[in-house]
Ligand binder design. Sequence first.
Ligand code: ADP
Ligand code: MG
Length: 249
Amino acid sequence: MIRLGMGASNSGIEAERQAVIRLDNISRVYGQGEAMIRACDRISLSIHAGEYCAIIGQSGSGKSTLMNLIGCLDRPTSGRYYLDGVEVSQLSKSRLARIRNRKLGFVFQRYELLPNLTALENVILPMMYAGVGHSLRRKRAEYALQRVGLSDRLHKKPGQLSGGQQQRVAIARALVNRPVLLLADEPTGALDTQSAQVITQIFDELHASGMTLIVITHSQEVASYSQRMIRMSDGRIVDDSATPAAIPR
Ligand code: ADP
Ligand code: MG
């Protein structure tokens, strides 16, 4: 069975172990001189195991830049980033790629599935990179697709699936290496209301099962499922507070 969330940590320090991510005065600067932009401006932030965070804010406020840093797709200009207790701020690109594959799951607005592979094959792929054995790969992939309600679509290619179903395949793919953190950038941005609801329900179930989630969203509905809302403006965190329970779902 796939154990979701609460992933094994290699850190020996108990306090570190609990913070899945810790950003310490992180900046990301693009360009130079007059054209210089501080897309992330001295951000400090800790997110703990089992938390469900929404990142909100206007377009251009730095959300995707922050997500890319948290997701080890980019490196900070300054500051320190600890992922699962390990400092990753200045690791080489190949080390970062390995860490992404092992520790992080990604869900994107446009699903980003490989069109020539079936749902099952798409979900199996990250386990091939991780060196999981053949029969275990298949078992885990089937289980992950079952979790997102797609047991009857294993052999369909993305083009034969609806947008919502494709996003569910993407979620199964994101989970299958048992990440310590699931990152989603506008996961319902391309979906109709009903399909979006299915996705938010899946996130809610993942949270209930102990997964740590960070979701960038414009949707009040999606954000209302989180426990913690982080609002960005001009590269800074301007609000970080508990999600009001009063927001109707
Ligand atoms: P958001 O996701 O909240 O819309 P971004 O993180 O994409 O915001 O962008 C934050 C700021 O950084 C914006 O001013 C944007 O124009 C700038 N920016 C983002 N990526 C780059 C880049 N690769 N090169 C130069 N500027 C960038
Ligand atoms: Mg963005």
